[in-house]
Design a protein around this ligand. Structure first.
Ligand SMILES: Cc1cc2nc3c(=O)[nH]c(=O)nc-3n(C[C@H](O)[C@H](O)[C@H](O)COP(=O)(O)OP(=O)(O)OC[C@H]3O[C@@H](n4cnc5c(N)ncnc54)[C@H](O)[C@@H]3O)c2cc1C
Length: 373
């Protein structure tokens, strides 16, 4: 290409890559982002419901819960900044969440969850019966046995998040290369060489934010991680009747309403390789789950269905420099929570890239910790 090397090249333009690229560019570094699709955020990011639900997603206290809470706390300010930088409203809605169950056997689990979350200082109600839960969401159906109320939980519009991040990243100086599939990353003297077919890009640092597709590049770098695709299907409905005031999160899925009125019912968890398709079985399961929680949705108009591939790693998210070459940073494995975790991932990786040090908040997620070395 004959151009000066970049300070940082980010591979992958999902929510994670976009957030990292914007953050690093805001620190005054020269950044390019390479995305193989013709638009940013078109993979898992576009499929997401946009819940920022640390309370419902973490199953025990520990580093993941701490990271998720820290990111949830960053989100309101992040949404405002993105609006200022891009003019795009990501529709941050701090509506609250009901974690409900339709099975009396799960009630004990909810009580255990409540106890550790209270001990961690999370705002959560006592265990509520159906009538109490209906004060928050009057449409709840008779199958619901009990639940917990989390007033602080929010959601955002994931497409708008990708749109806002791409505009904000460009405005911060990031060069966005679309339809650019990276085929190799290798050391080249003091720099790293990134190939897009016959084209070569050079940078001081490279961030791999390739969702569930990073394996060939990781293998080329001698890293044994293999992010696995876990398909999630989503059903979209145009309801009749009252608006849904909160997220309703059950044992087998969740239902929430976007500002446009669209109700999303998600999501399946399927290990079917790289098949990002919707199926009759998947959509039927989501419809049954949604009707069991909220029977009024029966006459809702079917508006569509889609699927995306979540990037799963058994160890959870892996974020930070590679032990064998700290110039290469990973931001992979955000699985069910990439939208929630984008602000904190960008913040911590931004610090790591700026200082060459691994921030304390990343220790539990660092490749050094997870891969050894
Ligand atoms: C149905 C569903 C519902 C979800 N709901 C939520 C939710 O409510 N809240 C939440 O926080 N999360 C949710 N998630 C999870 C969230 O979507 C993911 O965790 C997040 O999108 C992961 O972001 P990412 O940038 O790592 O991956 P992706 O969005 O998949 O982006 C990776 C990008 O890398 C690009 N790429 C890959 N290889 C290359 C290459 N070699 N060269 C160039 N580009 C490359 C891909 O084209 C892609 O655009 C949901 C996911 C699904 C599927």
């Amino acid at each position: 290409m004959g151009q000066a090397p970049f300070d940082c090249l980010v591979i992958g333009g999902g929510v994670i890559g976009l957030a990292v690229a914007r953050e690093v560019a805001r620190k005054g570094r020269s950044v390019a982002l390479l995305e193989r699709r013709s638009e940013p955020g078109a993979e898992a990011t576009a499929a997401a419901a946009g819940m920022l639900a640390a309370a419902a997603e973490a199953h025990s206290p520990g580093p993941f819960f701490d990271l998720a809470r820290r990111s949830a706390d960053l989100w309101p300010g992040w949404a405002e900044q993105l609006f200022e930088e891009s003019g795009v409203d990501v529709e941050y809605q701090g509506c609250g969440l009901l974690r409900v169950t339709t099975s009396s056997e799960v009630v004990g689990d909810l009580e255990i969850r409540r106890a550790w979350q209270l001990a961690q200082g999370l705002e959560v109600s006592g265990l509520l019966g159906l009538e109490e839960l209906r004060r928050e969401v009057p449409q709840l159906g008779p199958d619901v046995v009990a639940g917990l109320h989390y007033p602080g939980v929010a959601h955002v519009h994931s497409h708008r998040v990708a749109e806002a991040l791409a505009l904000a990243a460009r405005r911060a100086g990031v060069r966005l290369h679309l339809s650019a599939e990276v085929t190799g990353v290798r050391p080249s003297g003091d720099l790293l060489e990134v190939s897009v077919g016959a084209e070569r890009h050079f940078a001081q640092r490279v961030v791999l934010a390739t969702g569930c597709w990073g394996e060939p590049l990781l293998r080329g770098l001698g890293v044994s991680l293999r992010p696995e695709p876990v398909r999630g299907q989503m059903l979209a409905l145009r309801p009749r009747g009252l608006p849904l005031p909160e997220i309703v999160f059950g044992d087998h899925g969740y239902v929430l309403q976007k500002r446009s009125g669209l109700v999303l019912a998600g999501a399946t968890e399927e290990r079917v390789g790289y098949l990002a398709e919707t199926t009759l079985e998947g959509v039927a399961k989501l419809a049954a789950m949604a009707r069991s929680l909220l029977p009024d949705l029966g006459p809702a108009e079917f508006s569509g269905a889609w699927a995306g591939l979540r990037p799963f790693l058994p160890s959870g998210p892996v974020i930070g420099p590679l032990p064998q070459d700290p110039r290469v940073m990973l931001a992979l494995g955000h699985f069910r929570n990439g939208i929630l975790l984008a602000p904190v991932t960008a913040q911590l990786l931004g610090e790591a890239l700026a200082d060459g040090q691994e921030p304390a908040g990343l220790t539990a997620f660092s490749p050094r910790h997870i891969l050894g070395g």
